[in-house]
Design a protein around this ligand. Structure first.
Ligand code: CU
Length: 208
């Protein structure tokens, strides 16, 4: 684990510009083609999720993905994260199959770095943003990959349960995915996530 993961970067300026809900995609490999509600896709097997585009939202908030598909999270301004929880415990990380992107502060536009999660199974994966400043998860910043089509475990129910939690928990380190810089070619082995720019700084303490 690189020590840079643990560095704290306080970037209050990132919070000052949270008003550009309709910012453009400025990066080459994040061309968005909106599909019919099954997700936003670039090419077969890839799903692009906008994180915090215009508020406490993942867009789209429901994705149907196959094993081997890659979910690409594109970060918008403020300082969001992607974390996996169970359905029953929103805003709290899972203890198995953990996913955590770290916090990705963005001043404007979108982060050049996207967080990529490869789908390992088709079980529902419930995700939230663990930013406690302004209570993102409690304000409904949640989504799901592969929800069941019947039964009570709906995104609406998960979101409702999230509103009743008091705070969000972040795992101690980035896990369950890897970063790729959309301005450069993807690292072939994924061994060294690029985390050395200001927009890539990881804020591991969310109470900022
Ligand atoms: Cu957030």
């Amino acid at each position: 684990m690189r020590s840079s993961y643990l560095l704290k970067f306080l970037l209050p300026a990132a919070f000052a510009q949270h008003d550009n809900g309709g910012d453009e995609n400025g990066t080459a490999n994040t061309t968005i083609v909106t599909s019919d509600g099954a997700g936003t896709q670039t090419q077969s097997g890839d799903h692009v999720i906008q994180v915090g585009d215009g508020g406490f939202v993942f867009t789209p908030d429901t994705v149907t993905a196959a094993v081997g598909d890659k979910i690409q999270f594109v970060f918008h301004p403020m300082n969001h994260s992607v974390v996996r929880s169970t359905f029953d415990d929103p805003c709290v990380p899972t203890t198995e199959g953990t996913i955590f992107s770290g916090f990705v502060p963005v001043d404007s536009g979108t982060s050049p770095n996207v967080f990529i999660v490869t789908v390992n199974d088709t079980n529902p994966a419930w995700l939230y943003c663990s930013q406690n400043r302004d209570s993102h998860c409690q304000n409904g910043m949640v989504m799901v990959i592969n929800p069941l089509t019947t039964g009570p475990n709906t995104l609406a129910a998960y979101k409702e349960a999230a509103t009743k939690t008091s705070e969000s928990i972040s795992p101690p380190e980035i896990v369950g995915g890897e970063f790729s810089n959309t301005n450069n070619s993807v690292s072939p082995n994924g061994a060294s996530p690029p985390l050395h720019g200001t927009s890539r700084a990881t804020e591991m303490t969310s109470n900022v």
